[in-house]
Write a protein that binds this ligand. Structure first.
Ligand SMILES: NC(=O)c1ccc[n+]([C@@H]2O[C@H](COP(=O)([O-])OP(=O)(O)OC[C@H]3O[C@@H](n4cnc5c(N)ncnc54)[C@H](OP(=O)(O)O)[C@@H]3O)[C@@H](O)[C@H]2O)c1
Length: 317
């Protein structure tokens, strides 16, 4: 099968297309023929070696976590998924494998794909939209009465977060550049703030949830725009953040700092499928590259200028 692999950490230039054996199928997994793979900043950070503590040095490595496709075989111990099922999902952990014609996944990492999406659109959903859902619903306990601020509202996670927050009935302020004001408004934001034209924190609105998707604020700075029980949620892990997250879980009073670490869960993918089929969440795909142009896809993600998601087409979908 065709797959994107790399033999050392480095720039997008380390990515190469190679022929590999179709992976063996353990009894508790399913074999998926991949039609499209989502490209995420995580893929680039792992490729650069930023997480080598977890990803180690055993090369060659495959890339990619998000996928959509068709189940071709289910392991002997799997009864929830069957050959022919059309699925989407995200691989948990650090071992990438979705930029390839076939992958093996746990049944709990995938679900039936939304009926109204193409494979390319569906591959754009799992990591970004589960991050948005798990941050806003599970950590932020979002309610219809809340005012939510989303920093980085025009990117992969942000475009999902604006729509997820609106689906819960919240009022949304999206922070983006002026070039993306129209997009973020179209996705449902009630207000937008252009970070080039003003100091975002010098304004009168107070937020129940400040979701710092882009990750360039600090809890200390954001406190001034949080309501008394408001919560700041970051996507950027660090040892200090893990400690503060733990502290505010144990002592959840006053203003809080939390960290989202996305996990792929069948029930969340099903929840998102429902939102998508009801028209409450539509993935925004900026560009789709053929698998052979994975290097360009990574280079584009690294500009931090993507409007929504970048996708690799594996089966020409
Ligand atoms: N912890 C987790 O589980 C988790 C999960 C998912 C993602 N993440 C992390 O979350 C971050 C965002 O992910 P993503 O997929 O949304 O990234 P992305 O799609 O690459 O983000 C691109 C967006 O960033 C915006 N941006 C650039 N500079 C900005 C600035 N100074 N202020 C506000 N927005 C700015 C751009 O909008 P403009 O062009 O309008 O500026 C663009 O739309 C990444 O660091 C990623 O690694 C973490």
């Amino acid at each position: 099968m065709k797959a994107i692999v790399y033999n050392q950490y480095g720039t997008p230039g380390v990515l190469e297309e190679q022929e590999l054996e179709i992976p063996a199928l353990p009894p508790d997994r399913v074999l998926v023929q991949v039609h499209a793979a989502g490209v995420n900043p995580k893929d680039c950070l792992v490729r650069k070696g930023k997480f080598r503590l977890f990803t180690k040095k055993d090369f060659p490595k495959q890339a990619g976590y998000d996928f959509s496709g068709r189940v071709v075989e289910a392991g002997l111990r799997v009864d929830s998924v069957k050959p022919g099922d059309i699925v989407y999902g995200m691989l948990n952990g650090w071992k990438g494998a979705s930029y390839a014609e076939y992958l093996v996944a746990r049944p709990g990492e995938l679900s039936p794909m939304p009926d109204n999406l193409t494979f390319s659109q569906a591959a754009a959903v799992p990591l970004a939209a589960q991050t948005a859902l798990q941050a806003l619903r599970d950590i932020g306990k979002i309610q219809g009465s809340h005012h939510v601020c989303i920093n980085g509202a025009s990117g992969g996670v942000g475009t999902c977060a604006v729509q997820v927050a609106k689906a819960f009935g919240a009022r949304v302020t999206g922070i983006c550049s002026s070039a993306n004001t129209e997009l973020v408004t179209r996705l449902g934001a009630d207000h937008t703030l252009d970070y080039h034209s003003r100091n975002i924190l010098e304004q009168d609105r107070k937020f129940d949830i400040f979701f710092d998707v882009f990750g360039n604020f600090t809890f200390k700075a954001v406190k001034q725009v949080l309501k008394p029980k408001g919560i700041y949620i970051s996507t950027i892990p660090s040892p200090a953040r893990f400690l503060k997250d733990l502290w505010h879980r144990i002592y959840p009073s006053g203003k809080k700092e939390r960290l989202v670490v996305v996990k792929s869960r069948k029930q969340d993918l099903l929840f998102l499928k429902d939102l998508i089929e009801k028209g409450k969440l539509t993935p925004v795909v900026d560009k789709t590259f053929p698998i052979a142009r994975a290097r360009e896809a990574h280079t584009y993600v690294e500009t931090k200028r993507a409007r929504g998601k970048i996708v690799l087409s594996i089966m020409g979908s």
